[in-house]
Ligand binder design. Structure first.
Ligand code: SF4
Length: 376
C-alpha cells in the first residue's frame, strides 16, 4: 500500500514552536495550487500503485478556498480513483471548522479530519501564538458532528514549561468529551529558528525537566488507555481500527508521494524532498527544472530507519530481519547492546520481535541511536 501527501504551505500566523515549512504571505497561493497540480502531471507514472491514504497537510490546508481544494482534487482524479482511497484526511485549524467548509469536505470525499487543538487554555494558546481560542474549538467540534464526521484526530501539546500554571490533565479530559477516534499528543519541542528557540537562546524560556516530561507522558498514556485508546506509537492513540493509515505507511516504510514545497517522498529505497521555498518551487515547476533533491538509501540506512521507526511503534522490530543483512561482527555488537537494554527492561522481546517498553518510550531516540549500524 502507499500514500499521497500534499503540502499546503500557508498559515495565518506563525505558531511560536513551529518549524514546519509555511509562509504567512498568501500572495503565491493561486499559483501554488496550479503548480501542485502540475507536479501531479510531472509524476504521473508514480501514481500507478494502490493508494490507501491521501493526506492534505501543511501549513494550514483549511486556508484553501473550496474552489482551490476542488482544483487539487480534480487534478488527482485524473491520476487515481479518489473514491477508492480508504482514508482521506485534511488538517484543519479550529477557527475553520465552519459548516460551509465541513459540508464541502464531506461532499468531495474527505473522511477524516485532523484538528490542531493543542490546548484548552486560552492563555496557553496565546502563549503559543495559536490563531484560535477555546470557544472556537468547542463550536467547531460540535460542527464536525453536525456535518457527520466520525473519524477525527485531535492534536494536543503537553510538556510546556512549568511556570505557565497550566492544568494539562483537565484540558485533555475536556477534549475527550468530544469522543475523538484518534489523538496525537506531542511533547513541546523548542527548535532553532523558531520564536521559542530565540527565547531559549536569550534564557527567557526554560524547558520542562525530563522527569516531569516522563510523568506527563505516563499520565496521558494511562488515562487514554483507561478510555480504550490504544497507545500505538509514542505520540499517537487510537480507538480500535482507527489507527492512521497515513502514519502507518510512513512507519512501515511503505512508498508515498509527497507533492508541494517541502514535501518528502519515498519509493524504491529513494528518498526525495521538494524545495522548501514557495517561490523557488513555483519557479522551477513552471520552468520544468529540478525542484527537489534526493538520496538513495543504502541497505544499512534502511535498517537504521527500520530500527528507529520500529521502536516508535507497538509493532516493534523484527530481530531476524535486522540480523539477516548485517555481517557477523556488527551483529555481535548489536546483540550485546540489545541484551543490555532487555536486561534493564528498556526493551521487551516477544517471539524475536523487539519493542520499547511503553513506559520508556521517550527514550526511544536514544536507544535507536545506540543500535544504529554504523557504515564500515
Ligand atoms: S498552524 Fe500548524 S503549520 Fe502553521 S505555524 Fe501553526 S503549527 Fe505550524
Amino acid at each position: 500500500m502507499s500514500g499521497i501527501y500534499i503540502h499546503i504551505p500557508y498559515c495565518k500566523q506563525a505558531c511560536h514552536y513551529c518549524d514546519f515549512h509555511f509562509s504567512t504571505s498568501m500572495k503565491t497561493k493561486n499559483e501554488m495550487i496550479d503548480c501542485i497540480v502540475k507536479e501531479m502531471d510531472i509524476r504521473e507514472s508514480e501514481f500507478s500503485k494502490k493508494i490507501d491514504s491521501l493526506y492534505i497537510g501543511g501549513g494550514t490546508p483549511s486556508l484553501m478556498t473550496n474552489l482551490e481544494l476542488e482544483t487539487i482534487f480534480n487534478g488527482l482524479e485524473k491520476k487515481i480513483s479518489i473514491g477508492d482511497i480508504k482514508e482521506i484526511t485534511i488538517e484543519i485549524n479550529p477557527e475553520d471548522l465552519i459548516s460551509e467548509k465541513l459540508e464541502f469536505y464531506k461532499e468531495i470525499g474527505i473522511n477524516r479530519l485532523s484538528i490542531g487543538i493543542q490546548s484548552m487554555n486560552n492563555n496557553i494558546l496565546k502563549w503559543m501564538n495559536r490563531s484560535h481560542d477555546t470557544n472556537q474549538v468547542i463550536n467547531g467540534l460540535n460542527n464536525t458532528k453536525v456535518a457527520g464526521f466520525e473519524n477525527i484526530n485531535l492534536d494536543f501539546i503537553y510538556g510546556t514549561p512549568k511556570n505557565l500554571s497550566r492544568d494539562y490533565k483537565s484540558e485533555l479530559l475536556e477534549i475527550l468529551k468530544f469522543n475523538p477516534t484518534h489523538l496525537s499528543c506531542y511533547h513541546l519541542t523548542i527548535e532553532d529558528g523558531t520564536y521559542f528557540g530565540h527565547l531559549e537562546k536569550n534564557k527567557k524560556i526554560k524547558r520542562i525537566e525530563d522527569d516531569i516530561s516522563q510523568q506527563e507522558f505516563r499520565w496521558i498514556s494511562e488515562k487514554l488507555k483507561s478510555k480504550n485508546y490504544q497507545h500505538y506509537e509514542i505520540s499517537n492513540f487510537a480507538v480500535q481500527g482507527k489507527e492512521s493509515f497515513h502514519n502507518s505507511n510512513y512507519w512501515n516504510q511503505s512508498s508515498y508521494i509527497g507533492l508541494g514545497p517541502g514535501a518528502h517522498s519515498f519509493r524504491n529505497s529513494t528518498r526525495r524532498w521538494n524545495i522548501s521555498n514557495n517561490r523557488l518551487y513555483i519557479k522551477n515547476i513552471k520552468a520544468g527544472i529540478p525542484y527537489f533533491e534526493q538520496e538513495v538509501l543504502s541497505p544499512y540506512d534502511i535498517v537504521n530507519e527500520k530500527i528507529m521507526l520500529g521502536l516508535r511503534t507497538l509493532n516493534g522490530l523484527d530481530k531476524d530481519h535486522v540480523f539477516s543483512i548485517v555481517p557477523k561482527a556488527i551483529k555481535e555488537g548489536i546483540e550485546s547492546k540489545l541484551n543490555t537494554f532487555l536486561k534493564d527492561e528498556i526493551l521487551l522481546s516477544t517471539n524475536n520481535i523487539i519493542s520499547m517498553n511503553p513506559e520508556k518510550w521517550l527514550l526511544s531516540e536514544y536507544v535507536s541511536r545506540e543500535l544504529f549500524i554504523l557504515k564500515e
